[in-house]
Design a protein around this ligand. Structure first.
Ligand SMILES: *Cc1c(COP(=O)(O)O)cnc(C)c1O
Length: 341
């Protein structure tokens, strides 16, 4: 039985082309800056995002941490979404390792942070307060692409208040494909951008922190301190090169699959889906709490894996085909035929 794994776009397996590129990658010692494949990947990412430099790191968590620590010193503060990955899902690294105080606030339904609220949360220059240094945004946020005019306004607010802007762009390419803009058009509004290669782009490992040299130099030192200096990392970077050269345009297919899935599932009486929120590769599906656990195990018995309880998250990716989508639709329909509410 084929497993249809919709829990996340992190579950993709490297393609044959990636494995071939990895097997034949030219390598060197990247801590010496001598791995040609890492250097090529970093140069390619910097060029795509129109940033001075890019740094290849082990994970998005590490990339965000390095980004925050390159902007902020001990006792500084960053403004961040309450549900943001950096704040909520990275084990509190910015606080533990960076001594950076978070100032969280709820995301609005469209994945933005209300800029009037952000402005009001910036602390005055007064020794009672932490020093507000950084605004952190996420794009996509729960599958939603931030509007371009919003990014411009957020960037202007940051500049007017002398804040840095870090973008957790784990899925920035999904946003770029959705909005049909080159990725640098999104990246230009942030000083630093973290990009994941191991989500929808399908690489087995790796993220890139992109930004100006003076911040990336700090990030390089922190990466070393965290034990993130990898040696013949070109083996991994080779897969990342395939991701950046071959797997961006195809994200549109994942988005189409998510659209189809959302539209068909929303026709089921017991299911609720906010179709406006389905913009890229994620579908959030609410099912009655009473049947939630049974639905999960019903799907699992048919090789379909989903995450969440009651409010399910279904993520499309490289390893999900159009016929997989149809299998999932049929399975959810079959469940509610047998278990009408
Ligand atoms: C996955 C993800 C990250 C980083 O995740 P890693 O698993 O550490 O690579 C960061 N931000 C967002 C929004 C993510 O979805």
């Amino acid at each position: 039985m084929k497993i249809i794994d919709l829990r996340s776009d992190t579950v993709t397996r490297p393609t044959p082309a990636m494995r071939a590129a990895m097997a034949s990658a030219e390598v060197g010692d990247d801590v010496y800056g001598e791995d040609p494949t890492v250097n090529r990947l970093q140069a390619m990412a910097a060029e795509m995002l129109h940033k001075e430099e890019a740094l290849f790191v082990a994970s998005g968590t590490q990339s965000n941490l390095l980004g925050l620590m390159s902007h902020c010193e001990r006792g500084d503060e960053y403004i961040v979404g309450q549900q943001a990955h950096t704040y909520r899902y990275e084990a509190g690294g910015a606080a533990v390792l960076g001594s950076i105080q978070p100032q969280p606030l709820d995301f609005l339904p469209d994945g933005t942070l209300d800029l009037d609220r952000v402005q009001s949360l910036i602390k005055p220059d007064d020794f009672h307060f932490a020093k507000t240094r950084l605004l952190c945004l996420e794009n996509t946020q729960a599958g939603k692409a931030l509007p371009m005019d919003y990014l411009a306004q957020a960037s202007a607010l940051a500049a007017a208040n002398r804040l840095g802007l870090h973008l957790d762009g784990a899925r920035i390419f999904n946003a770029a494909v959705k909005l049909n803009v080159p990725v640098h058009e999104i990246a230009r509004y942030a000083d630093t951008v973290s990009v994941c290669l191991s989500k929808g782009l399908g690489a087995p490992v790796g993220s890139l922190l992109c930004g100006p040299t003076h911040l990336l130099q700090k990030a390089l030192r922190w990466r070393k301190m965290l034990g993130g200096g990898m040696r013949q990392a070109g083996i991994l970077a080779a897969a990342g090169m395939v991701a950046l050269t071959s797997h961006i345009d195809r994200l549109a297919k994942d988005h189409d699959h998510a659209q189809l899935l959302a539209r068909k599932l929303s026709e089921i009486t017991e299911i609720h889906i906010d179709l406006d929120a389905v913009q890229t590769n994620m579908v959030f599906m609410e099912a009655p709490a009473s049947s939630s656990a049974r639905l999960t195990s019903f799907l699992k018995d048919r090789g379909i894996l989903v995450s969440g309880r009651g409010n399910f998250r279904l993520v499309t990716h490289l390893d999900i085909t159009a016929s997989d989508i149809q299998i999932v639709i049929d399975a959810v329909k079959a469940f509610f035929m047998r278990n009408p509410s």
